[in-house]
Design a protein around this ligand. Structure first.
Ligand code: RB5
Length: 149
């Protein structure tokens, strides 16, 4: 499994913890920045991770900012990206099962590291259920085709 990860300054510390956690589990992870705690703009890193995932270079993306909100909104502007902001484990497995989310968004200022790592593990180990959910995810793609010209 290959993971693309990115953050802004508000998510920098949590990103370091997530990268370490994945590496300890022998999961390949590529860090698309930011690489310091200097103030920066979350859309710059959201787009890098989303593009890599949508192009099929990585299985999943993880994006982190202070709240997880800005970076998830930006990540979802890339057609084909389905970024889900999850701050609980129920959402983490449900968004994989129902939405086939391909990017996990987290907010460093919202939850602790322990919960964040549990969310990462659950998100990465849960399969899409397909079936009726396939139809609904396809309808999201139809919306993209209508508006992303
Ligand atoms: C940066 O201060 C902060 O606005 C950003 O990390 C994020 O929370 C935005 O949604």
């Amino acid at each position: 499994m290959k993971i693309a990860i990115g953050c802004d300054h508000g998510g920098f510390k949590l990103k370091i913890a997530v990268v370490k956690h994945l590496q300890e589990k022998n999961i390949e992870v590529k860090d698309f920045g930011t690489y310091t705690e200097e103030s920066c703009d979350y859309p710059d890193f959201a787009v890098k991770v989303s593009e890599e995932v949508v192009q099929g270079n990585f299985d999943f993306g993880i994006v982190i900012c202070g709240t997880g909100i800005g970076i998830s909104i930006a990540a979802n502007k890339v057609p084909g990206a389905r970024a889900a902001l999850c701050h609980d484990t129920f959402s983490a497995h449900s968004t994989r099962e129902h939405n086939n989310a391909n990017i996990l968004a987290l907010g460093e200022r919202v939850i602790g590291v322990g919960l964040a790592l549990d969310i990462v593990d659950i998100f990465l180990s849960t399969d899409f259920q397909g079936g009726r959910h396939e139809r609904r995810v396809s309808k999201i793609s139809e919306i993209e085709k209508k508006y992303f010209k």
